[in-house]
Design a protein around this ligand. Structure first.
Ligand code: GRF
Length: 221
C-alpha cells in the first residue's frame, strides 16, 4: 500500500500500442496500490489503443509521430521537451517501440523504467516468445529494468518466471507472460514511488539491497 500522506509520484507513460500495461498502471494508481499519478501518456503512433485507455481516465495524451522527424536525435529531443513539460519523477516505457538515443536515456538515468517480455539478459530485442520456443527453454518470463544506454541491458528491478511446457506456442507464452507483466510493472512503480527502489551506479537497489541479476543462459545461434 502507499505511504500515507505522501504526494503521488508524477509519471509520464510512453506507449506505441495496445497499452494493456498502461491500463494495469492506471488501475493500480486508481486503487491506491501505487502512490503515483499519470500526468500524461505519449504515443509515437496515432492509432495506439492505449491513447483511448488514457482518455477514458481523463489523462492528457499526445501523439508524437517519429516519421515527421528527420532523425532519431531530433525526435528524441522533441519527446524530451514534451515529457519534461510535465515534470515527471519517473518515465515509464510501456510497450514503447522505439530505440532511444544515449542522450535521451542519460537525461532520465535512474528515473526511467522499461518492461521487457523475457528473463533478461536472455532474449534482448524483439520476438522474445518465438525465440524462447525455438530455444527449448524450460523457463521464460518478463523483466522490469532501469533503462540504460544498452538496449534491454539495464539492471533488472523485478521479474516473473513462467514454466514452459512442450505444447507451448509463442501465443500461449505471450498470454501468460502478459498476465505477469500486469502484476510486476505496477509493483515496481509502487516501489519507486515509495522511495524503496533506486539506481545506484549500475545496480538496482531495493530497500537498500542490490536486486539479484541473472546470468545469460541462452546462447542463440
Ligand atoms: C509488452 O509485451 C511489453 O513487455 C513489451 O511490449 C508489450 C506491450 O504491450 N515491451 P501493451 O501495449 O502494454 O499491451
Amino acid at each position: 500500500m502507499t505511504q500515507a500522506g505522501q504526494t503521488p509520484l508524477p509519471l509520464v507513460v510512453l506507449i506505441s500500442g495496445s497499452g494493456s500495461n498502461l491500463q494495469a498502471i492506471i488501475d493500480a494508481c486508481a486503487s491506491g496500490q501505487v502512490n503515483a499519478e499519470i500526468k500524461a501518456v505519449i504515443s509515437n503512433k496515432g492509432d495506439a489503443f492505449g491513447l483511448k485507455r488514457a482518455q477514458r481516465s481523463n489523462i492528457p495524451t499526445h501523439v508524437l509521430d517519429h516519421r515527421l522527424f528527420g532523425n532519431r536525435q531530433s525526435f528524441d529531443r522533441a519527446l524530451q521537451k514534451l515529457i519534461d513539460g510535465y515534470q515527471p519523477q519517473l518515465v515509464v516505457l510501456a510497450g514503447f517501440m522505439r530505440i532511444l538515443t544515449e542522450e535521451f536515456v542519460n537525461h532520465y538515468l535512474g528515473r526511467m523504467l522499461n518492461i521487457h517480455p523475457s528473463l533478461l539478459p536472455n532474449f534482448q530485442g524483439l520476438n522474445t516468445h518465438q525465440r524462447a520456443c525455438e530455444s527449448d527453454v524450460k523457463e521464460h518470463g518478463v523483466s522490469v529494468h532501469f533503462v540504460t544506454p544498452e538496449l534491454d541491458g539495464g539492471p533488472v528491478v523485478n521479474r516473473a518466471t513462467i514454466e514452459v511446457g512442450s505444447s507451448d506456442t509463442p501465443e500461449s507464452l505471450g498470454k501468460r507472460v502478459l498476465e505477469e507483466e500486469h502484476r510486476i510493472y505496477p509493483e515496481a512503480i509502487g516501489w519507486f514511488a515509495d522511495a524503496r527502489l533506486q539506481l545506484n551506479g549500475n545496480q538496482a537497489m531495493l530497500d537498500g539491497t542490490p536486486v539479484p541479476q541473472l546470468e545469460k543462459s541462452v546462447h542463440e545461434t
